[in-house]
Design a protein around this ligand. Structure first.
Ligand SMILES: CC(C)(COP(=O)(O)OP(=O)(O)OC[C@H]1O[C@@H](n2cnc3c(N)ncnc32)[C@H](O)[C@@H]1OP(=O)(O)O)[C@@H](O)C(=O)NCCC(=O)NCCS
Length: 207
């Protein structure tokens, strides 16, 4: 969902603990935090964990650690894993019966500047030759590693090394982690106002 479209009155949307977390955040971070809460609450309704008429102020979307997101309405029968991400324009929330992670980033030259910190030589060899292709490819690699961080609960610095991209594709990539090969799913939305691409990446870890 677009961050600017989700309503801006926290008192109509947030639980008391979500409000107190919001108040600890800087003003630039607040709209994305609020949008992530709305995305999770709407997702809870969409997957049947909350009634469509439930007051959003009663749906808790922060885990007890006050860091990770949680999907409201979990009744304990079937645990659902969830993940959220936001960039300057979009917030996205996902859920699954297995660990899942999501990320969204604007494709920019920022990733090129920090390339050495998160890309191995074998991953560099997968990148297309053009500057635009490299920007998008590096952004995809970054989003895979960040989504794995969230899905598997490992530190980002560890994911930079432990996750190795083996195939870089338009809508799917492959990566190895701890001896297993997984698929990452990509979606790219082009923003014609800012001429930028927003790269969404989803990873899931079925048994
Ligand atoms: C987790 C992390 C990669 C998120 O990246 P980001 O660029 O700041 O922001 P994103 O928009 O991609 O994602 C933010 C969301 O990730 C979620 N998140 C934060 N930490 C998380 C964690 N440890 N596990 C799963 N999800 C997490 C939050 O829900 C957050 O949104 P919210 O605060 O609005 O609820 C980043 O916070 C990070 O690197 N933290 C450093 C600590 C670390 O490596 N922790 C990993 C687990 S030990």
């Amino acid at each position: 969902m677009e961050i600017g479209t989700c309503g801006s009155d926290p008192s109509a949307i947030l639980t008391p603990s979500e409000r107190s977390r919001l108040e600890q955040l800087g003003h630039r971070r607040r709209p994305s935090f609020l949008a992530a809460r709305v995305a999770l609450k709407r997702l809870a309704v969409a997957v049947g964990r909350a009634h469509p008429k439930t007051d959003f102020r009663k749906l808790q979307t922060i885990a007890p650690d006050h860091i990770r997101p949680s999907l409201p309405g979990d009744d304990g029968d079937q645990l659902l894993y969830c993940s959220v991400a936001h960039d300057a324009r979009y917030a996205v929330a996902v859920a699954d019966t297995h660990p899942i992670g999501v990320d969204v980033e604007v494709a920019s030259d920022r990733v090129k500047r920090v390339e050495r910190a998160f890309v191995s030589p074998s991953e560099t060899a997968l990148l297309p030759p053009t500057a635009g292709g490299q920007r998008t490819g590096l952004t995809k690699i970054w989003t895979v590693k960040e989504a794995v961080t969230k899905g598997m609960g490992i530190p980002l610095a560890e994911a930079f090394v432990a996750v190795q991209i083996t195939k870089l594709g338009d809508d799917k990539s492959r990566f190895s982690l701890a001896g297993r090969v997984h698929t990452a799913y990509h979606e790219t939305l082009s923003d014609h106002e800012t001429l930028s691409d927003h790269v969404f990446t989803l990873v899931r870890f079925p048994p």
